[in-house]
Design a protein. Structure first.
Ligand SMILES: [Fe+2]
Length: 265
């Protein structure tokens, strides 16, 4: 089972730029083309939030057009730049999208791994929250198949990254998630977006990784008083490869055209 993981494309209406500077739409199309060039092809695609930038209908309409270019099943959660109800209105015809309330999803029929998507967004705010209802939903899903290898996907990371201007908008009450996951060793990975950078750490007894954005990268500034900033760094996606005898192997895959193949040695 091979899972491609894209994040934070911040799509705009056709012809509009992200922050009036960056062509996030073109960068997402490049990501889709790169995805199509992978051999073997991923079985499914995950997208960990901030599908669009302003949460408008026009953005979602354009996003839906672009997503239709991906032949694999795509499973998405919203981020703080999404609008939950407009997301639902656009993608509610997909079976995994909840008809009411938070856009949590549980997908278990795509292969060996079960995928749980958590909608931890707080409408109108940029931070996330592991609130009571989300904790309960997650505990119930995990208890349904406690030994099944599982991926949990959420938008805001539930830890302090050390980059202060993004940590102000992390997922609050992250310790509750750590406590829940610690009871389920079959949780292979927690996947996050939001931070527009690749990071990995041990969390709740499992491994947590954050996905780069297909557009910009949040500045790697680790000082307490760091000025917020972003850069156009090489975009990338993650590829999660389930290998039954080993577990889940995560690859960082830069997006673009690169010289090669060259001689191995
Ligand atoms: Fe984002």
């Amino acid at each position: 089972m091979l899972i491609a993981h894209l994040s934070d494309p911040h799509l705009r209406p056709r012809g509009h730029l992200y922050h009036n500077i960056i062509d996030s739409n073109a960068m997402f199309l490049t990501a889709i083309r790169h995805l199509a060039s992978l051999d073997p092809q991923p079985d499914l695609v995950l997208l960990s939030g901030d599908l669009v930038d302003m949460g408008t209908e026009a953005e979602y309409a354009h996003a839906a057009e672009m997503l239709a270019l991906i032949p694999q099943p795509v499973f998405m959660i919203p981020g703080n730049h999404d609008d939950r109800e407009r997301f639902r209105a656009c993608f509610g015809h997909h079976g995994y999208v909840a008809h009411a309330g938070p856009l949590h999803f549980a997908v278990g029929d795509q292969g060996a791994l079960r995928i749980l998507g958590l909608d931890i967004t707080v409408p109108g705010a940029h931070h996330g929250d592991m609130d009571d209802a989300t904790c309960l939903w997650l505990e119930e899903r995990l208890a349904e198949e406690p030994d099944r290898p599982t991926i949990i996907m959420m938008h805001q990371p539930p830890f302090d990254s050390g980059i202060p201007f993004i940590d102000a908008y992390c997922c609050r009450q992250g310790a509750r998630l750590a406590d829940i996951v610690a009871g389920y060793p079959a949780v292979e990975r927690i996947l996050c977006g939001h931070i527009h950078r690749f990071m990995q750490l041990r969390f709740g007894g499992t491994m947590l990784v954050t996905a780069p954005s297909t557009t910009t990268a949040i500045a790697l500034r680790l000082h307490d008083n760091a000025e917020p900033a972003s850069f156009v760094e090489p975009p990338a996606m993650l590829l999660h490869h389930w290998r039954p005898q080993l577990g889940l192997v995560t690859h960082l895959v830069p997006i673009g055209s690169f010289q090669g193949p060259l001689h191995f040695f």
